[in-house]
Design a protein around this ligand. Structure first.
Ligand code: UDP
Ligand code: GLC
Length: 382
């Protein structure tokens, strides 16, 4: 089966890194069309994937998930995109849409050319993340055009149904990560390899900078943990530069400049994770899946995550990590200070987590589950 993968983004977010693994695996029978250029294109090309960047009018890309019905103003730009997409869609047996914007355009293009379309839903469709208008449009398009909705967690699937999505559409395919990418390094060796000259307890945050990812909660809790350092790894990928500036201002006003290290977007996440003593996930809105949680487990580092969304499906509290309430800097600080004093517990939990993650959330498991969905569309009526 020939697959056409569509994604609106040119940056390397979690959705794109996940598609990278899928597209690389199917590279001989697929191609990728992106609506923006950037490092995602070059990374796909290096992986031997055929990629085309099809620039779409700015006003379509600028439609924001928080926008209301005024985003309908972008509608007149759609026909020209459908015309440009048509030759790609006609060559495909299945159109896979990796983002909401890609799905809106891909669903219409697939319908015109009578091709089955799958929406890979990697977002939680609730008011925390999307306007009511945005949810309504997305769910209506899915109910009308999608053959299947691949949800990256049960939480994502449930939110789709709660938003009015058809119950028969979602199928859960968990993200998977290659366990072999994570070497068993001591923090000291990893710090040396990453060129980090740091002493003492180091906590890492590995997410793009965005208000809902909640790095500000880590800064607040760090103010309660004298001597602890934090690595903030990630960049404002989707224009959240005001939040980035807020994090820097907070670091100054809390007098944390010597203990907080902003490393920007990095390609050596496994080594940087190994350089930490603990890793935190601080999202203040439900996380659809949270690849960095599984990566922390594979890196054999204890993970504290917020109890919401897909994160709850990845961690057994007190067994393979810890869960704390979203937005609660006090609880995060007390969990971290408990960890500081309990190295044996940290080690035991990290080992259990590594075992669980390398059983449940591997790249191969994801590729198998993905293939099953693709095969099922061969049989499904369109
Ligand atoms: N990541 C990265 N470099 C960075 C920060 C993050 O490669 O500097 C990766 C991280 O390892 C993870 C992905 O970006 O694989 C983020 O995915 P996640 O599901 O945690 O969150 P998303 O950004 O997709 O909401
Ligand atoms: C999205 C979600 C994230 C998920 C990733 C991969 O970017 O925000 O939680 O892990 O997609 O599916």
């Amino acid at each position: 089966m020939r697959l056409l993968f569509l994604d609106h983004a040119g940056v390397l977010g979690g959705a794109e890194l996940s598609l990278l693994d899928i597209a690389r695996h199917h590279r001989n029978t697929s191609e990728v069309v992106l609506f923006s250029d950037g490092p995602f294109r070059t990374t796909l090309e290096q992986a031997g994937v055929t990629v085309t960047v099809l620039p779409v009018p700015e006003r379509l890309l600028e439609v924001n998930r928080a926008d209301g019905w005024r985003s309908l103003a972008a509608l007149p730009a759609i026909p020209q995109v459908l015309r440009a997409l048509a030759p790609f869609v006609r060559q495909a047996d299945l159109v896979h849409c990796n983002s909401q914007k890609a799905f809106a355009l891909g669903a219409l293009a697939a319908s015109v050319s009578r091709r089955p379309v799958v929406w890979h839903l990697r977002d939680i469709l609730t008011a925390d993340h999307f306007s009511a208008a945005n949810r309504r449009v997305a769910v209506t398009l899915a109910n009308t055009f999608a053959t299947k909705v691949i949800a990256n967690s049960q939480a994502t699937a449930q939110a789709f149904i709660d938003a009015g999505g058809r119950r028969d559409l979602p199928v859960v395919v968990y993200n998977g990560i290659d366990p072999d990418a994570f070497e068993d390094l001591t923090p000291a060796t990893a710090r040396q390899a990453a060129g980090l000259d740091l002493e003492g307890f180091v906590v890492g945050a590995f997410s793009r900078l965005a208000p809902w990812k909640g790095q500000h909660v880590l800064l607040e809790s760090l103010a309660q943990l004298p001597g602890t350092h934090a690595l903030i790894v990630g960049d404002a990928l989707f224009g959240e530069t005001a939040y980035e500036a807020r994090l820097h201002a907070m670091t100054r006003s809390l007098d944390l400049e010597r203990r907080v290290h902003f490393l920007g977007f990095r390609r050596d996440v496994p080594t940087l994770m190994a350089a930490c003593d603990a890793i935190v996930h601080t999202s203040v809105a439900p996380e659809p899946f949270g690849r960095m949680i599984v990566e922390a487990q594979l890196a054999r580092r204890p993970i504290i995550a917020t109890r919401a969304g897909g994160a709850v499906e990845l961690i057994e509290d007190g067994e393979t990590g810890w869960l704390v309430p979203p937005g609660d800097a006090g609880k995060l600080a007390s969990c971290l200070s408990h960890m500081l004093t309990a190295p044996a517990e940290r080690r035991a939990i990290s080992q259990k987590a590594r075992d669980a993650a390398s059983r449940l959330f591997t790249r191969n498991a994801m590729l198998d589950a993905f293939r099953d969905v693709v095969e099922a569309t061969r049989r499904a009526p369109t």
